[in-house]
Design a protein around this ligand. Sequence first.
Ligand SMILES: [Zn+2]
Ligand SMILES: [Zn+2]
Length: 405
Amino acid sequence: MLRRNPVPQLCILNGTAILPDRLLSDAVVVCRDDRITYVGTAQSRIPASAEIVDAKGGYITPGFVDIHIHGGGGADVMDGSADAVKTVCQSHARHGTTTMFPTTSTGTDDQIHAMLAACGEVRDTWNIESGSKIAGVHLYGPYFAEGKTGCHDESVCRAPEAAEYRRYFESGIVGIATCAAELPGAAAFYRHATKRGCLVTCGHSNSSWNEMETAFQNGMRHVDHFWCAMSNVSSVRKRLGVPMQGSMLEYVLSNPEMSTEVIADGMHLAPELLSFAWRMKRSERLCLVTDCNRALDMPPGKYRFGPEEDGSWFTSDGKVGWASPGSLASSVMGMDHMVRTMHKLGNVPLQDAVRMATLTPAERTGIDQQVGSLTAGKQADILVLSKTLKVKQVHISGERWAQSR
Ligand SMILES: [Zn+2]
Ligand SMILES: [Zn+2]
């Protein structure tokens, strides 16, 4: 049965709490209504009236925050209906994501407006049955550079026009905004998105160091899925000739203010790259993202990336999406898988892997006062994980998500 009202008091114990900088064994986490009220080890803090959750020697972590997510459970947020968006929120809640930024692909003006409206409706009518909460939309497509569109439909890819994107921002729901830095109009787009309080990012781009520097001056602070659909020294050389110039890669690694993200599914990037990204940017400037498409928890087969009606086709083999042989089309895995992969294959300490899936994306998008860590006063978004980091329970705003496994 779904519980429709928050439990007045909830106490999770007998587990190791994962804090941003350390593990806290034999932890006690207490919540009242939708807030965390205590995190520590004092057994004396367990209220007599609280409902007790036994973590059974596993882990207690904050709910995951995903800033780059297209779909799941058979639906893509670009399908443009509230039902589709809700299916995505529910499918990712099962994998521990409690806060998300549904992410546009390339699409027509009408398709993007339909997506923004659907996400607004689901956000405004949230209850526990809806699953993961929507913190904002990631306006990702359509402002990608030619030749760097990856699995997105290139025919609806374009340069940013103020008359068009101002209306997207007027929806009030855009929290993250991507544009390739070399496109005409990118500077004005970045300034507008910065003024609207967005995390401003450059992705699907072949931009040079100098273009990144200009973008940075206009507010750009993040690069989408590091190493994927972005420039490197030789791709910039092909575009701009000699002398060889720095690319997005060198720019991100050298600028401490820049953050980035990795698709840590073990299919997009080899373990040494996951480990390298963490050593270079540390967990304060590196996010884990799923970049998940609609094939999450679906059988292997052919699916559309982006809108159901005319998105580009890809094939899921159950491990990853393929646009064509040898060319990937985003992931088919939830955030729990990314955290396990980063920790085990990337050899990253558990508290760092979790920080990259919680507090860091929350900080970069300005929602860290509300979510992202087990801290008294924050929203009670809490996961119970097994010793092998499988999701056992999901609590969102103090309520138990009943479909958690
Ligand atoms: Zn992408
Ligand atoms: Zn993506």
